[in-house]
Design a protein around this ligand. Structure first.
Ligand SMILES: NC(=O)c1ccc[n+]([C@@H]2O[C@H](COP(=O)([O-])OP(=O)(O)OC[C@H]3O[C@@H](n4cnc5c(N)ncnc54)[C@H](OP(=O)(O)O)[C@@H]3O)[C@@H](O)[C@H]2O)c1
Length: 282
């Protein structure tokens, strides 16, 4: 394969099962592993939806292609603007009812000083590509809504996976937390702007989820993380929040109560507590 941006973006295959031709369609950006993959398998296996995913790892995509031939896969590096535009052009051919932005990049910023490359990547994946995707998807859904007559229970929806880290405002917050905070605010603006078009927007602010990515950051075991949940439990929370149309779903409940209590502390006390948790000098 040529190393041009155009050739790096590949629509791996289009195997829309004919029995599913009228089923709703979901796209998950960042669907090759972790929460995104669990969500896509839920839509495919439990709900019978047509499913498309985007990711950048050839290894993960090849594995999914061989294990789940009904999942349509797209390879794209979301940090590359040329590939990103090609991706959106190719997704424009799909009539979809739901898009979930689950792509994310995180490092343990409590111990690592970010270099320029890490910093660019965290901002690009956790915020810039998310905003570009939501901007494109909202325009796509507005036009699609005019042309197609969806059933009520297929109300189109845009969903993003933020983090509970983005629900707190304090000076030493990591770039990851600040990017997720920006995502939460942007999703809220999109929700207000798309309400007249009957397009649903929900943002998920999750606590720790036991994914391979989190385990990799914790020497293979993340079980010590407070109130950590399985990907299956996270998907149950997310699906319930979509059904209930919750603007910002913060889960699990224990973490929601803790962050709510912390947010009610006087700012200087909150700043002192959170700063004392930092392992690096500021
Ligand atoms: N796990 C947690 O404790 C937790 C808690 C709160 C929120 N979250 C959020 O949940 C989301 C999923 O996290 P996860 O733990 O499931 O991690 P994950 O398995 O690493 O999933 C991240 C996804 O993003 C994709 N991605 C990353 N960089 C990309 C790039 N440059 N181009 C295209 N795709 C890219 C990955 O695809 P490829 O690998 O194929 O590139 C993968 O599909 C993230 O947004 C994360 O911030 C996680």
């Amino acid at each position: 394969m040529k190393n041009s941006a155009a050739s790096m973006l590949t629509k791996a295959k289009s195997k829309n099962n004919s029995s599913k031709i009228n089923a709703p369609h979901i796209i998950v950006i960042g669907g090759t592993s972790g929460i995104g993959l669990t969500l896509i398998l839920h839509h495919l296996q439990q709900l019978g939806w047509q499913v498309s995913i985007v990711g950048n790892s050839a290894t993960k995509i090849n594995l999914i292609n061989s294990q789940y031939p009904n999942i349509v896969t797209y390879t794209c590096d979301l940090t590359n603007s040329v590939q990103m535009q090609k991706l959106l052009d190719s997704l424009s051919g799909i009539n979809f009812q739901r898009l979930i932005y689950s792509a994310g990049s995180y490092l343990n910023e409590r111990v690592h000083q970010l270099n320029q490359t890490d910093s660019d990547k965290i901002l690009a994946i956790n915020f810039q590509a998310f905003e570009q995707t939501f901007r494109w998807a909202s325009e796509h859904l507005k036009i699609q809504n005019q042309l197609l007559d969806f059933k009520i229970n297929d109300r189109p929806s845009l969903i993003c996976i933020a983090s509970i880290a983005g629900t707190m405002d304090y000076p030493y917050a990591s770039l990851y937390a600040k990017s997720k905070r920006a995502m939460i605010a942007a999703a809220s603006a999109y929700r207000a702007a798309l309400a007249p078009y009957d397009i649903q927007v929900n943002c998920m602010a999750s606590g720790y989820i036991d994914t391979q990515a989190l385990r990799d950051l914790n020497d293979g075991d993340a079980s010590h993380k407070p109130f950590i949940m399985s990907t299956q439990t996270a998907v149950e929370h997310i699906m319930q929040a979509i059904t209930d149309d919750i603007e910002l779903a913060i889960f699990p409940r224990s973490m929601r109560y803790i962050t709510r209590a912390l947010n009610q502390l006087p700012k200087p006390l909150l700043n002192w507590i959170l700063r004392s948790k930092l392992d690096k000098k500021k």
